[in-house]
Design a protein. Sequence first.
Length: 465
Amino acid sequence: MKLHNPTILLLSITSVVGCATNPIPSSKEIGQAASEIKTRLTTQSPDTLLVAKRTQLPTLYAELPRYQSEDNVQQIIANYNDARTYVNDLAEHAEDPEDKAVLTQYADDLDYAIKPLREKNGDSMFSILGGPAYTPEQGALIAGGGLYSFTTDRNEIDLQRSSVTAFLMMNFPSNGSMGYGFQSKQNIFFDQNNFKYEGALNFGQQSSQYFGVGYDKGSTIELGDDTTYNANRGEYIGSLAYRVLGDWYFGANTEMNYVDVTEQSDYILADDDFQAYVDKPFTLGLGLVLEYDSRDFAVNAKEGLYFKANYLNFNEKIGSDSDYFKANFEFRSYYSFNPTNTIATFTQFQVTQGDVPFYDLATLGGASSMRGIFKGQFIDKSAFETTVEWRHTFNRANGLPSNHGMTLWSGIGSVGESVDNLSEDLFLSYGVGYRYQIQPKMNIRLDLGMSEFGNGFYFNFTEAF
């Protein structure tokens, strides 16, 4: 089975801090703590909680306190961490089965409550992951990255949490050369969600794949040395939108591409669609974007609708090597029929017209589009895809949602020289994925996508859509 995307073997980076040995708690202290936990108050004022006993802290999200003072925020976080350590110690030494069960459950509840407490109080969080990997296309890999989430104004209760993800990869293919790549996505919200910025930045020197333009080449040419080329490349896509009415946003967007081909196969050298743009490595486009966004949480929605229409004009007058335009229409829907099950849908139309280089044609495949099909395997002047995904979160022993989940999805897609050709050659992708909530409402995803053309593993922060 060919791996179409780096499969990261996750190695969580943790800190080990030495501490003094605590005295063994007495059976009386353990029994009293268990009794206090079972009878603790469910509603307490934030000021009371700052000085509350370690057995009296609430753990449900609705009961977690919120503070205006940053000092109080850091104090309550420290209190929860101290309580978790204390109760874990009691549970470890408890001999009575009932007391042990109560203490173990409360320690677990505190552990699950700390990150939501930080999120509710607008505290910034940074999570790091990294590890080795291997793919047939890029050889051995070392990858590391992080997720940084924050709020641009912690005093705005309804302001969506902003996030920035970044990954740096270095690969060591069998030919002895070394490649690298950097990927980053940004979702930032301002002014009571009236302004929002979305961006993606990718650059590096890595091998890429080119099968040819059109369905016929994408479906018949096999992935291998013939489809491989090396390039120094960079890409930036960004938009800034303002709420104009209700859930409607309007704004401006831009896209910049740079693809400097340094090595290519004989098959690619003979391809006119590719060679016509080898000496046109740079494109720059400016345009407009219209959005409707009623999602409850942008990067991992459970309820709401999202519609986006954007137009980009690439013109030599603003420095682009090619003149063309792109239009993209996207629709997403989210429906949760209980706290642990969500149905998400994604539909997209891509249209390009003019002197479009091979590296900016309408594209299907990759980690966020028709997973199970290699990114760039199907490119043409227009493309269509639609995917339905079931997202499930497993419950903990107490019946509340855990940090672990899974997904199942299936989608169909097509590419064509024009929109009229999109119904001629449809293809299918489907798959299964694992989810781990590394921060509140923000997941790590590990997906296995499958199709008649191959299989692909994908590791990313946040959902595919």
